[in-house]
Design a protein around this ligand. Structure first.
Ligand SMILES: NC(=O)c1ccc[n+]([C@@H]2O[C@H](COP(=O)([O-])OP(=O)(O)OC[C@H]3O[C@@H](n4cnc5c(N)ncnc54)[C@H](OP(=O)(O)O)[C@@H]3O)[C@@H](O)[C@H]2O)c1
Length: 317
């Protein structure tokens, strides 16, 4: 991409939960936008950067068309993430991979982004061998219809009305669903496998073992994760805190004596990945427990995509 004073940016899926956030963040961060095209058509002539956030089917069909027309596509969907020629990027972790793109760069799944931002600095210091993660994912991770469904169900339940779930298979208000994305024959869900495959690709280490349980919870915005890691070298809780204090994109929020720990209601609208409840896992020699929370619409999606776009224009200068 050539350097320009201002860029033509297309947002595909501009009316969605992520697309809306993308437009706000472009403005907030004063991204040099010459023209903003909120489009869903195949009219990508003259577009420099195309931010896709309209689901995997649209990305599969239109991202190659946009790339062929000369745009660099930054895709939020799962369509291209594991593609051999498609870098999967979280700038704090693997910004160097951006340069390898051939027209399409993938944004990881929201639950993976926040986990790798917090874990990469620990991996660099002590080499993570195994990750056991349980997620508590907000309804905004499903999109705007799911956010409406949570509100409607909460109102209906409080008015003793019958519920008719549409987006989720069961009631989500005042409930937890251990089911995100489709089930696979193994019994895991696709969302759980994303945490394994994407973590390995972004961290550039196929030897990391990951097992995940992903749970949808009745929270509007902000995914939380209970993460247990085993490392090759011993890391004490204090050493982990010191590493994370210096880590890019991380905000250490860990003072249990004063009831300081991250919660989605505080983290929604923020850019950082918040980490708290750091404890040594006494059941194994080199284990740590962490509680990781981030805004899934921002760092988990829109913000990460725009950070990639910022890296692209910085490299063009
Ligand atoms: N939500 C998150 O936290 C998150 C995180 C990471 C990645 N993602 C990914 O980002 C993408 C969008 O998610 P979202 O949460 O923003 O969903 P959403 O709120 O449901 O929004 C979907 C957007 O895509 C558009 N769209 C849907 N089908 C279309 C079609 N056939 N043709 C043209 N436009 C179409 C919608 O337009 P209309 O307004 O016209 O319906 C809307 O703008 C998905 O691929 C999702 O997996 C989401």
């Amino acid at each position: 991409m050539n350097a320009k004073p201002a860029y033509t940016v297309a947002v595909v899926g501009a009316t969605g939960a992520v697309g809306t956030e993308m437009i706000e963040i472009l403005e907030e961060r004063k991204f040099p936008v010459g023209e903003l095209r909120p489009l869903t058509q195949d009219s990508f002539e003259g577009v420099d950067i195309a931010l896709f956030s309209a689901g995997a089917d649209i990305s599969r069909e239109y991202a190659p068309i946009a790339a062929k027309a000369g745009a660099v596509v930054i895709d939020n969907s799962s369509a291209w993430r594991m593609g051999k020629d498609v870098p999967l990027v979280v700038p704090e972790v693997n910004r160097a991979d951006i340069a390898k793109h051939k027209g399409i760069i993938a944004n990881p799944n929201c639950s993976t982004v926040q986990m790798v931002v917090a874990l990469k600095p620990l991996h660099d210091r002590a080499r993570i061998r195994r990750i056991v993660v349980t997620t508590f994912q907000s309804v905004s991770g499903t999109g705007k219809e799911a956010m409406d469904e949570l509100l409607e169900q909460a109102q209906d339940l409080l008015s003793f009305k019958e519920l008719a779930p549409k987006v989720y298979p069961y009631q989500i208000a005042f409930n937890c669903l251990p089911h995100i994305d489709d089930f696979l024959p193994s019994g895991y869900t696709k969302e759980e496998m994303k945490l394994l495959n994407e973590t390995r690709k972004i961290m550039g280490d196929d030897s990391i073992r990951v097992t995940a349980t992903t749970v949808r919870v009745p929270v509007y915005v902000g995914h939380s994760e209970s993460v247990n890691i085993e490392t090759e070298k011993k890391l004490t809780a204090n050493e982990a805190r010191a590493i994370l204090c210096e880590a890019p994109g991380v905000l250490l929020y860990d003072d249990p004596v004063h009831k300081i720990y991250p919660m989605p209601i505080d983290v929604a609208g923020k850019d950082e990945v918040f980490v708290g409840r750091i404890r040594e896992d006494e059941s194994v020699p080199n284990g740590l427990n962490l509680w990781i929370v981030a805004d899934n619409l921002r760092k988990g999606a829109a913000l990460n995509a725009i950070q990639i776009a910022e890296e692209l224009i910085a490299a063009a200068r």
